[in-house]
Ligand binder design. Sequence first.
Ligand code: NAP
Ligand code: GDD
Length: 341
Amino acid sequence: MARRALITGITGQDGSYLAEHLLDQGYEVWGLARGQANPRVSRMRKLLSDVQVVRGDLLDQGSLISAVERVQPDEVYNLGAISFVPMSWEQAELTAEVTGMGVLRMLEAIRVCSGVSRGAAAASGQIRFYQASSSEMFGQVTETPQNERTAFHPRSPYGVAKAYGHFLTQNYRESYGMYAVSGILFNHESPRRGAEFVTRKVSLGVARIKLGQATELRLGNLEARRDWGYAGDYVKAMHLMLQTATPEDYVIGTGHMKSVRELVEAAFSAAGLDWERYVVTDQTLHRPAEVDLLCADPKKARTQLGWEPRVAFDELVAMMVESDLRLLTDGGDPDQDSSWP
Ligand code: NAP
Ligand code: GDD
């Protein structure tokens, strides 16, 4: 019988790539979707017609228990979150509820449905749980590069909520013997990335300028540095993490850092444009507290999971710019959430 996976955050960037990967691996894939008329669910159904949908919300404990009872998953991937860092200052409580407490509710749903009690030994055949932890937990970094033992110093309500989910996952593993792991993923991008994140904002901005639909691109801090990889590579690591004999946490990234300025240079140059003619810096786009740099040490994932990133930075940026040029040329509207490459 096919193994069954339940993915929260199925309508998001990672949910879509993970679902594709698991379907390729022969899984029966279920996605948890919220809302009564969520337009992102129809977009997801168009792209991923083989994914089955179960209704539920990370804010609603009962709905998660019902979803786990109905799907009877072998693996649960908790990708659902408020994931945009600036929004976490504007809606800090909601971020804590969805991104932080949502992890507790999902773990409790699994615990209750599997009849796991405190101090019980890990049972074979138990539901395996993946938590989408984030390099934002490192925040103001204490060492570079960052590995699984680097201390956390989150710099936003989002980072704090992720740290809560991370430690809670570790605690359910230690208290209940549950198979629960966290992937500490560094920034990963793709043509399906939300338009609010800097890589996609830049690739869309470049495409609009190239096609004569815009004359400038307004950005915040150009000096921040990130370790950017390709989402299609990173979802494979999520799956690998749930296939090991012992549940452990892993850092996933490329090990290379680039600044926002370098991202902008690469994206404009991919379209044959000089970025300095179009980019305007805007103080209002700076954050109350910035994470200046993030750079992964993915050695553990390489040696223990055999995981390697395949798509390099320049290739990723060119892929996103080309995709947005195609999208806009074909009359697609990224703000309407209608199209997904
Ligand atoms: P994304 O595109 O923003 O997707 C977020 C998903 O969460 C959407 O499907 C959204 O559904 C869902 N969601 C929001 N509120 C929910 C709620 N109350 N109940 C259930 N689902 C809810 O994020 P992503 O880039 O795919 O990232 C996936 C996960 O990895 C997130 O947890 C993110 O924080 C984490 N992460 C991402 C990165 C990265 O660079 N991409 C790096 C490290 C960690 P709707 O469509 O209904 O809004
Ligand atoms: N979004 C955005 N918009 N960011 C900008 C802009 C702008 O106009 N100008 C400069 N930046 C800088 C931000 O200040 C930040 O330092 C960097 O670009 C990256 O911002 P985002 O793309 O919004 O991503 P993030 O690093 O804050 O968070 C992403 O990665 C995390 C993993 O480290 C998200 O995907 C999080 O959900 C994820 O956990």
